[in-house]
Ligand binder design. Structure first.
Ligand code: ADP
Ligand code: MG
Length: 399
């Protein structure tokens, strides 16, 4: 695992200014946050630093203002939510650097929390401009990154600052990296990966990376159709990227060479129309899909066999649903496999780590959110990690 300092490595920080990069890019509707997950995730770090007597100054982006001020994307809109979440006053500062920021930060007392304006109001953030980063760093004594979900971007406050000040991982980032390390960095074997979702094209790099790292690659969702087609199966009207069958074959060959078993469904749930509980719904062998039918979920026999595979494994990493889970009954395979994984995790025989926007929703739908080892809500950063890429925000912490 990347070798980085954590809050455990801090000395006496009484009265010192902590510049803390957090992810407060909360989903909003009518001026209110609709989901406080991200605000909650950074709470332990903020409170721990405040309790240690630091002056805690939050840095975050919000939306895509593209280097200009937009009142609709001001972090002042999040200030009240963050106060409620941490149960503490948060002083909003409408700048990130310069005299106004310096003066406001100067007013903070030990244990106080301040929040700077949306870092992306200034082009220097996304450009990772060293002068912009210096302007921010000059007001701080040390830097804490607690925003894994922004760690795949080399921006001034996600990467640049780590080179200018003593840099530490916050508790949320530390937890995420520890979980990811247990899943793919340094896992207990055998490892199974479940990769599903709509398309092969969005997850090529993920599949290519996984074949050399896991012993079982379980492919489901729409992307399984492309692999089935590559094996000569007629997938009818199913979502299928026919131009990628060659690539699918290469991935299966690479898996063979690396000793990774690729699991494709052998029975499937099909329908002639994509609707909830359609009259044409049926389950069949993959070789019996009619030309006017679509594969919308993995079949029950395959799911049972996959559950048996998981029983032999010690580690599971999961991205992408097994079927079109938003529409019943095409959620059945995802729900069943998720519950098997959750039960094995609770029993203690499996470490299970999952991530991806729709995957998080699918696991919540299956009711297993609290029974898997770790769920990453980091989206892009999680996928880049599954692709085996080094995340600049994390790399800068260990530099
Ligand atoms: P994630 O956001 O977790 O990375 P993706 O965005 O790759 O996942 O894929 C999720 C989508 O894939 C869901 O909307 C789901 O309906 C769709 N999907 C899964 N299986 C199928 C299928 N057999 N046919 C069509 N769409 C599917
Ligand atoms: Mg998605």
């Amino acid at each position: 695992m990347a070798n980085f300092k954590t809050l455990d490595d801090l000395g006496d920080v009484t009265g010192k200014v902590a510049l803390v990069r957090v992810d407060l890019n909360l989903p909003m509707a009518d001026g209110r946050a609709t989901d406080l997950t991200r605000a909650l995730a950074v709470k332990p770090t903020i409170l721990e630093l405040a309790e240690k007597g630091a002056k805690v100054v939050l840095l975050a982006h919000f939306g895509r203002p593209k280097g200009e001020r937009h009142s609709t994307m001001s972090l002042s809109l999040i200030q009240g939510e963050q106060e409620r979440v941490i149960g503490k006053e948060v002083m909003f500062i409408p700048e990130v650097q310069g005299p106004v920021a310096a003066q406001a930060i100067g007013i903070l007392r030990a244990g106080d929390v301040g929040m700077l304006e949306n870092t992306r109001f200034w082009p220097g953030e996304e450009a990772n401009d060293p002068e912009f980063a210096k302007g921010i760093a000059t007001n701080g004594d040390f830097y804490v990154n607690d925003a894994f979900s922004a760690a795949h971007r080399a921006h001034a406050t996600t990467e640049g600052l780590a080179h200018l000040l003593p840099a530490y991982a916050g508790r949320a980032l530390e937890k995420e990296l520890t979980a990811l390390d247990a899943a793919l960095g340094n896992p207990e074997t055998p490892v199974a990966a479940v990769v599903g979702g709509a398309k092969v094209s969005t997850k090529l790099a993920v599949l290519q990376n996984l074949v050399s790292k896991v012993q079982h690659l379980i492919i489901g969702g729409g992307m399984a159709n492309t692999f089935l087609a590559a094996r000569g199966v007629d997938v009818g009207k199913s979502l299928c990227e026919h131009d990628l069958t060659g690539t699918a074959e290469e991935i299966m060959e690479a898996a063979d060479a690396a000793g990774c078993t690729v699991h494709l469904p052998y029975d499937v749930v099909v329908a002639k129309e994509f609707a909830a509980n359609p009259p044409s719904l049926r389950t069949c062998n993959v070789h019996e899909v009619a030309p006017d039918e679509m594969i919308l979920d993995v079949g029950p026999q395959a799911v049972e066999a996959l559950g048996d595979v998981l029983k032999t494994c010690r580690t599971l990493v999961w991205n992408g649903p097994m079927g079109a889970f938003e529409t019943p009954p095409f959620d059945a395979a995802t729900v069943a496999l998720a519950r098997t994984a959750a039960a094995l995790t609770v029993e203690g025989s499996l470490v299970s780590v999952a991530g991806g926007g729709d995957t998080v929703a699918a696991l919540a739908h299956a009711g297993v959110t609290d029974d898997v080892t770790y769920i990453s809500t980091a989206g892009g950063a999680f996928l880049e990690w599954m692709e085996g890429k080094e995340l600049p925000g994390v790399a800068a912490l260990s530099a």
